[in-house]
Design a protein around this ligand. Structure first.
Ligand code: ADP
Ligand code: MG
Length: 322
């Protein structure tokens, strides 16, 4: 049994201009102890996928389908139940650590409060555990630094504090939504390394969301490429990396900066992400694709097997894509 099994997940928003279909029939699962990356340009539906799963959609949003977590349906549970699951079992971290940290309260207080409230620890035990969690995320001199306020930490250190907070209750699943986007490249790499190390230390599963395919390579087991609210390609990260079979994945890959390049970006994919106001009849990527066939504009491609655990949604023969 998978830790998490998402079936036919759809997310729609009611707006004054009509219905926005942000996520369309998304299916994936994660086994215990695995890291799944969700990759795609901004606006492709990555965040709304995980918000929909965990009950964090804006008020005008609605999620349908099924989200089985530890064998139980969690989609659209009561707020009370979802709050508890998010506090204890499914932790989330975001691009901006300040969404989870209060700048005016000492880190020690914010961390111990979580343990006292959710695990019933005494104040002194909570403090000990909090310090050891700061140690675990490699914050030097944790014993003293825990007394600091969030704004006294550098961006990268603040991200570490947020990660430490999120791990206090030993979640089974950590969802990291663009955790390194605001950081410079060196710190990004350190945080990615830290997440991979923490996965090994604590054994949780991770969903790593990023628009940057460059950070995914060494840091995930599986990956899912999303565009226009749909899965374009899904499979083992190394398989997709070594032979991407979808034109969109390929486009993202050629947009990845290489370390030894003088230019920041080699290319970006020309054109703009789709208007999600009306789900396209065919493939959402067709208007920007170099290989478009007639039927790409009319028939929505379904995910088809490339090899074991590797699927693509594309009408174009994969031999044609290179
Ligand atoms: N409250 C909302 N009302 C209408 N549309 C929304 C709302 N929240 C998100 N969306 C739309 O959902 C789509 C997917 O967004 P999102 O999942 O946040 O993208 P990303 O892949 O960058 O995380 C976007 O087109 C966005 O405009
Ligand atoms: Mg997002």
């Amino acid at each position: 049994m998978s830790l998490l099994d998402v079936k036919n997940l759809k997310v729609e928003f009611e707006t004054a201009d009509g219905v926005v279909s942000a996520v369309n029939n998304v299916n994936f699962s994660i086994d215990e102890g695995k890291i799944l990356a969700i990759v795609g340009e901004s606006g492709s539906g990555k965040s709304q996928t995980v918000f929909g799963m965990t009950g964090l959609l804006d008020h005008n949003g609605k999620a349908t389908g099924s989200v089985m977590f530890e064998g139980e349906e969690i989609l659209n549970l009561s707020n009370e139940k979802l709050n508890q699951i998010r506090a204890e079992k499914i932790a989330m971290i975001f691009q901006d650590p300040m969404t989870s940290l209060n700048p005016y309260v000492r880190v020690s207080e914010q961390m111990t409060e979580v343990l006292i409230h959710h695990q019933g620890l005494s104040k002194s035990d909570a403090l000990k555990q909090s310090i050891s969690m700061l140690d675990a995320v490699r914050i030097p001199d944790a014993v003293n630094r825990i007394r600091m306020y969030p704004h006294e930490f550098s961006g990268g250190m603040r991200q570490r504090v947020m990660i430490a907070m999120s791990l206090l209750c030993r979640p089974k699943l950590l969802i990291a939504d663009e955790p390194t986007t605001a950081l410079d490249v060196t710190v990004q790499a350190q945080i990615m390394k830290l997440l991979a190390d923490l996965q090994k230390d604590f054994g949780m599963s991770i969903i790593l969301i990023t628009h940057d395919l460059g950070v995914v390579a060494g840091s995930s087991d599986d990956m899912l490429v999303m565009y226009g609210g749909e899965i374009m390609e899904i499979g083992k990260t190394e398989d997709i990396y070594s032979s991407p079979t979808h034109p969109y994945t390929q486009g993202l890959m050629s947009a990845v900066p290489r370390l030894n390049d003088s230019e920041e970006r080699l290319t970006t994919i020309p054109g703009n992400p789709p208007n999600m106001m009306k789900a396209p009849e065919g493939c959402p990527f067709a208007p920007r694709c170099n290989y478009t066939l007639d039927k790409c504009n009319s028939d929505s491609p379904v995910l088809a097997k490339v090899s074991d655990n590797h699927f693509r949604a594309c009408h174009v023969a994969k031999e044609k894509i290179s």
